[in-house]
Write a protein that binds this ligand. Structure first.
Ligand code: FAD
Length: 535
């Protein structure tokens, strides 16, 4: 199969234009082209009046070798690589030990799934509830302000990204095409086929819920076991070797192979691991707030007369500004046509994030506007000091919001003018249970506010209207990535505890659903090979 890249066609081209473009590119007759399928479809919107689609196409032709020779100097005509997933191991029939996976977010889900597919019968332990029950608890918090610290946006089946925009792209290098494995499994579980080829796939929150249920059923059918409300409170060591875990109810499960996929909000677990001597380093992350604008403004700015075109969907953006004070301000986890969501997992603390439905048709666009913070400068000392730094901001936000889980909010214009907000502009807040208009002064560090003040006018030059006075800021956004890294070696095991496999976002090895899934697969493979080597 040949792969053609950079095939450019107008936004509104008809179906026949694709085979026609292939035939023209290769200078072949129409009957020489047997079939083609879309590997990727992106768009180039640098000129909003002339947006075009950019395709990568895999094609079957008669004279493949001849064409390859003919186009040997053309970087856009190559053999299509084999991106199918191949299992690295198969569990022996006399397997005596079952690996344990702690956490059932994307990294634990894919570690567990791949282990189950290879026959290793993993035991997956998830502190939160199964996804339907979890949804009730999470919506309960959003509507009635009752937070369940074990069942919320961060904790429960599916992990942190379950109530999200379900963006499924990442910038991680993926030479082994593990990302295709993640997407293929998602499609098998009910995700729309298009996630395999659109350049920035997303699935929205409701689809994710049913997909996770199907994937759970597959793991169980393959011999895996998944336990909910099963929080791991302790690990057991024999010298430098892990030998098992203890659950909150006192039950002990023995295993010499434990995947640690606990996400970035498992603060109690991080403290337990640190007390047990697991090597942990502090790492930089970012803090700030969510900004909301009208989605129509973002669409108009990005797509001009093509705004509303269904192929383009609701527009996103990515912004970055390097400040004079050395700080970097950037937009993060942009949710087109979505809502700002209450993402606390600890009582008395307020945290924001964003989500959307597949349709992305809510009236507001939101994204985090965050500023990088660094252990050396901003939270020196203890390896877990970043957690306390986050907690402090989340607590201040809770108080500023009125100590009832309302989030503090401020208009962009007021932030720039350095005054409290008292009246909304033309943006209706999407955050529930509610917002309290106030000021972020005293909630976020001064250097964060100063950096954002410098960045907003710069962002406005890229997206006209971004710094409009009416834009609404809601905060605080503190869980952008893990404040720690649980160091692992080339064998994917903790550098000082054998048999412990830190993975995913919480351990500092991924950021986002796709990259966490990819990391979970890598860890499952390393673990399976280690079991086989020790048989
Ligand atoms: P998590 O998903 O955090 O999963 C960890 C799991 O471990 C949790 O279910 C937790 O309950 C469990 N756990 C923790 N401690 C224990 C313990 N001691 N015992 C047992 N279980 C435990 N990313 C994207 O790529 N696209 C998006 O659109 C997107 N939107 C997001 C929207 C929101 C609201 C949030 C909160 C996050 C979003 N993210 C998004 C980020 C993404 O969700 C995370 O990067 C990803 O979920 C990390 O996967 P993970 O498996 O490493 O950890």
């Amino acid at each position: 199969m040949l792969r053609l890249t950079e095939i450019k066609l107008p936004l509104d081209h008809d179906e026949a234009a694709l085979p026609a473009a292939i035939v023209t590119k290769l200078n072949i007759s129409a009957d020489q082209l047997h079939s083609f399928h879309m590997f990727k479809r992106g768009y180039d919107a640098r000129k909003k009046t002339n947006i075009f689609l950019v395709y990568t196409l895999d094609i079957e032709v008669d004279n493949e070798a001849e064409l390859l020779a003919q186009f040997k100097d053309d970087p856009h005509v190559k053999m299509a690589p084999d991106t199918s997933y191949k299992f690295v191991a198969k569990a022996p029939s006399n397997l005596t030990e079952r690996p344990v996976v702690i956490g059932f977010g994307p990294s634990g889900l894919f570690a567990g799934l791949v282990l189950a597919q290879m026959g290793f019968n993993p035991i997956i332990l998830e502190r939160g509830k199964e996804v339907r029950e979890r949804t009730k608890d999470t919506f309960g918090f959003w509507r009635k302000r009752t937070l369940n610290p074990e069942s919320n946006v961060q904790f429960g089946e599916g992990g942190a990204g379950t109530f999200s925009d379900g963006k499924l792209y990442s910038q991680v290098k993926d030479p082994n095409h593990y990302g295709r494995k993640v997407l293929t499994e998602f499609v098998a579980a009910g995700a729309p086929e298009e996630i395999m080829y659109v350049s920035k796939p997303h699935i929205g929150t409701f689809k994710l819920v049913t997909m996770i249920e199907k994937m759970r059923a597959e793991i169980i059918a393959l011999g895996g076991e998944i336990r909910f409300s099963a929080r791991v409170d302790d690990i057991h060591l024999d010298g430098e070797q892990i030998t098992g875990v203890t659950l909150a109810d006192g039950e002990r499960i023995d295993s010499r192979h434990v995947v640690l996929a606990v996400g970035h909000s498992a603060r109690d677990t991080f403290y337990m691991l640190h007390d047990k001597g697991v090597y942990i380093e502090p790492k930089p992350f970012s803090v700030g707030f969510r900004v909301e604008h009208k989605q129509s403004m973002i669409d108009e700015c990005r797509f001009g007369p093509n705004a509303g075109n269904p192929i383009l969907g609701a527009a996103d953006y990515k912004l970055v500004h390097h400040c004079k004070n050395g700080r970097t301000v950037y937009s993060f986890c942009m949710c087109p046509g979505g809502t700002v969501v209450a993402s606390s997992s600890e009582p008395g603390r307020v945290v924001t994030n964003g989500m959307s439905q597949y349709s992305r048709n809510e009236r507001n666009a939101n994204s985090a506007i965050v500023v990088g913070v660094d252990p050396e400068k901003d939270f020196p000392g203890h390896p877990l000091a970043g957690i306390e730094f986050q907690r402090d901001l989340e607590q201040k936000a809770y108080v500023a919001g009125g100590s009832n889980y309302n989030a503090p909010a401020q208009l962009v214009g007021d932030l720039l003018a350095g005054k409290d907000s008292s009246e909304l502009g033309n943006i209706t807040p999407s955050y529930t249970p509610g917002i309290t208009l106030t000021s972020f002064k005293g909630v976020l560090p001064d250097y964060v506010i100063e950096a954002v003040r410098e960045a907003m006018p710069a962002f406005d030059k890229k997206i006209k209207g971004f710094a409009n006075a009416d834009g609404l800021l809601t905060g605080v956004e503190t869980r952008t990535s893990s404040p720690i890294c649980i160091k692992r070696g080339k064998d994917y095991q903790s550098i000082n505890i054998k048999g412990l496999y830190p993975t995913g976002e919480g351990a500092g090895y991924a950021g986002g659903i796709l990259s966490s899934g990819i990391d979970g697969i890598k860890v499952a493979e390393a673990l399976a090979l280690d079991i086989l080597a020790k048989q």
